[in-house]
Design a protein around this ligand. Sequence first.
Ligand code: GTR
Length: 459
Amino acid sequence: MAVPAEAMMVTTRTRFFVVMIAVAVCGGFGWRSTMTEATAAETDVTDPNYDEEAVRSFTLPNILEGPDGVAADSVAAWEKTSRPYQFRQLQRFVYGEQLPAAPVQVVGEVQRKEVQLAGPGGGTTAAVRLQARLRLGTAANARETEVLVYLPAAAKEPVPTFLKLNFAGNQAETADPEVWMTDSWMRSGDGVEDHKATDATRGINARRFPAAEMLSRGYGMATAYCGDIFPDHPEGRAESVLPSLGRPVEGELAANEPGAITAWAWGLSRILDWLVTLPAVDGEGVIVVGHSRLGKTALWAGACDQRFAMVVSNESGCGGAALSRRNYGETVGVITSRFPHWFCPSFGSYAGRELELPVDQHTLLAMIAPRPLYVASAEGDRWADPRGEFLSAEAVGPVWKLYGREGLGRRDYPALGESVGDFVRYHVRGGKHDLLLEDWQHFADMADATLRAEKTSSR
Ligand code: GTR
């Protein structure tokens, strides 16, 4: 098929990013970026690439296409044919089969307490704190997770609520000394002894969960530990939720057998099942947020479960928002050799041949439409390929267009700290790989402008 060429210059403010991209638009979607050609064979597929010059030419698969190659040109065609097809492709080649829902039960009592959170500017914010232990399914070997929720005590109506999985237990997300400490297996890190969290982990990740600040903006905040759902190591499958859902743990796994990301995403949906039962939470306003590997997970959770009203990916990188075809920073070869348990086995078989992948990560972002989607990067986080995250967010605009919504729009790479876009937004923050208050404020601004604005206008 002839591809009408349309040249586009993408200039950047940092020397590192200086690159010229010629984009060919095919039906609004097919992208070709013409850069210095480099052969994948020249590099070991498990070596990260930090050279823009070595980013290869590529054409992104047309996300609007259904199985017959016909591009959807209406919401009906997208929802009936192309979206289900593209979703199946993501299951088949990247994340593995979606897991079936299972009933979630509260174990014991939900603990409820009114607390004061040290707030912005040295003040305090009155909160209602909930802690619940949830049993994820009814099987004898079902796993349990503990959920921590803070809700603004002053709220007069149900509040939209951010939900995120965390890396080191709920007790690490807050300085609140009464938060339950997880007993689940944990990767080595500060305050972790023999793969168990100790008191020294309390509050170490509190910067990543600014509860007081978000509550003061009228949002609830909920979190749970990812290791309760799938312990994050290659042998974690046996202790994960997967056996309770009838999935195999031994022997050679099928090419589309789900891994940790699918299990974590499933866990987020089970937590959502419980959150929507809370009268103080706006069940139609739950926003799934994730950082890094858990940002990949937040995107996949939003793709699998359309009850998530908005989706936020923070520095999710390879296997998250970043385009695999760019082969920049962490690559498919690197990630699937270091973390073979995150994806389905099929994804690893594309190491070094990303150009042959039937999908790319913009396919994942397209699954969020027409809901609000935020993609955030950090300048110093080259590993996650900020430009690759921006380009995939930019490439999905036409899906939102089907719904009459503006996505990110076609634009130059934004200045540091500038949040751009409409129903798809993007920013690149100065600094390193992390999830900071600055990022959260942008996420809340987007939720104000989309979810909250819609609520107000529908009254
Ligand atoms: C890195 C991994 C990334 C990202 C990150 C994180 O080691 O290579 O894909 O997920 O961990 O989760 O912090």
